[in-house]
Design a binder for this molecule. Sequence first.
Ligand SMILES: Cc1cc2nc3c(=O)[nH]c(=O)nc-3n(C[C@H](O)[C@H](O)[C@H](O)COP(=O)(O)OP(=O)(O)OC[C@H]3O[C@@H](n4cnc5c(N)ncnc54)[C@H](O)[C@@H]3O)c2cc1C
Ligand code: SF4
Ligand code: SF4
Ligand code: SF4
Length: 564
Amino acid sequence: MSSKLFTRGGFAHPATSMQFKTGTWRVQQPVHRHTRAPCHVACPAGEDPQAYIAKMDEGHMQQAWEQLVMANPLPAITGRVCHHPCETGCNRGHYDEAVAIHSIERFLGDQAIEHNWRYPVEAVKHADSQVAVVGAGPAGLSCAYHLTRLGHKVTLFTALGEAGGTLHAIPGYRLPDSVIEAEVNRVLNIGIDFRPHHRLGRDIHIDELRQDFKALFLAVGTQLSKDWSVAGVTPRDLHVGLTVLKEWMAVGSVPQAQSVAVVGGGNTAVDLARILKRAGTPEVHIITSNGLPGEDTVAPDLMRAVPREIQQAIEEGVIIHSHRGIRRLLLRGERVVGLEMVHMKKMPDQDGNLKRIAFEGTETVLHVDQVIPAIGQRINPIGLESLVNGHPALQVDQHGRIEGQTGLFAGGDACSRSGGTVTAAVGDGRRAAEAIASYIKGEALAESQEFIPLEYKQLNVNYFEPAKRNEQAVLPVEERVGEIETEATLNGGQVAAEARRCFSCGNCMACDNCWVLCPDSAVLKTEEQAADGSHYAFDYDYCKGCGLCAHECPCGFIEMINDL
Ligand SMILES: Cc1cc2nc3c(=O)[nH]c(=O)nc-3n(C[C@H](O)[C@H](O)[C@H](O)COP(=O)(O)OP(=O)(O)OC[C@H]3O[C@@H](n4cnc5c(N)ncnc54)[C@H](O)[C@@H]3O)c2cc1C
Ligand code: SF4
Ligand code: SF4
Ligand code: SF4
């Protein structure tokens, strides 16, 4: 170790301690241990918020964004619509309130749009290894982007005239068209050969694509509405949730009614209810067999919509009947005039498996003049017949490989392992891109690793101060009209304050504690800083193994191990 490069800590006026090397009597020694933060482990897209927040905290905004887009090319989009499980996992939540990671992500995404930042993507290296991606929603865009980053030439086919897929069904008050356009076009402009108006099963066919390309990634989403009826009865003139939403977004009209019951507990149901309210429907109900966030409900039984969207829908006057099933439709002729609901909940059976139970005697009647199901979508099998094999989705493994089909990969909503969200689709696209690159190289794929995140008890939170979370401003209810965006991006000052709230779990934050506090001056530091803590080193000639550095490290970045 060159002594010129390193500096000793604050107590570096050593006397005896520099003369007496540890020798053989130390039983433990400290080592630096990078551990994944829980926010990183929880992000379905694979983002490492700790890493980009650290760069922001140092004032390097563009570098922070570049770090972020190593995993997710669409942060302005996911910063707006992701249900942010990263924050549920965030260790700061055990101390006061979780870091507002999605707001930081959105800020960086918006900065990139405003300043026209370009992805750090190199020119194509393997021009002969062409890959076809079918479907230009978040999964297809992510896969095409990551394959391009990895040096492959990608042709991206999609059925419609524009890219973005189901992102275009998310109303503008949550996700403005301008944001979709900016991020989607940035992906398409990195050298992807984009072919709109190419529908699988009509203009392109799996067998031909397999001949023309080294590998194929299918990301066609779920384009058909699931069938809906109650005890075999389907009302005449049934409107379907996603179609109503799309019509409202295209022409601004919704079915006329005084009172509507939207059936379903996902994002489509909540968006539809909010749209109906905005379009002037006096009474809008959501009927869902799931529970509201905050209710005493097991996680698999919770509504599958973004919790703050549910909250905003309630503020806007939507009435939510949670844990309710529909027993029968009340009809006048073939028109709905009401429905009978029954209380139901998921409960463990004798084997501990959750089963939905209806509670007899809890029936109530709700009078409405429209029922609109928004119970989800299913895959359109046309063009995929040989792969679907009667299943409701494409069967894939953890790398997105379609079972029994060499060189064929899939991801996003169309797959059996789908998370049903934008962020999950982005993550599927990234993992599949990595698997495709390995497949083309002829390399075996490593088993996906389970990462154990750094726990709260491994931090030393004495070095942090309580600080209020910076929340995005939300429009007052009376100003929430049409497509005006409901939430605002944090400003620069707020986002900097939010970045400072991060505990930097499992990763050095260059606080100098170990360097200053080591009683034996055995922690060394280079004069040049490194964001990952690699500028600190232990001088094991002098370390006595006391463990003070590990104890005083705020971030859990130092571990004591048996002396080697
Ligand atoms: C109203 C609504 C609100 C939502 N809100 C949220 C939210 O707040 N947060 C969230 O995370 N998720 C939300 N979602 C879900 C999210 O949009 C999807 O999970 C995500 O878009 C799935 O991405 P994907 O790429 O798998 O499929 P898609 O986005 O559906 O994209 C599929 C692509 O494939 C193309 N395609 C389809 N068939 C063919 C074919 N035969 N040939 C060629 N191309 C084809 C389509 O044109 C499209 O480009 C919402 C969904 C809806 C409907
Ligand atoms: S994509 Fe979602 S889970 Fe991942 S960091 Fe962003 S908000 Fe969190
Ligand atoms: S405190 Fe920071 S590093 Fe730790 S989980 Fe939260 S955002 Fe991630
Ligand atoms: S004490 Fe501070 S400087 Fe030392 S390893 Fe931990 S975070 Fe880094």
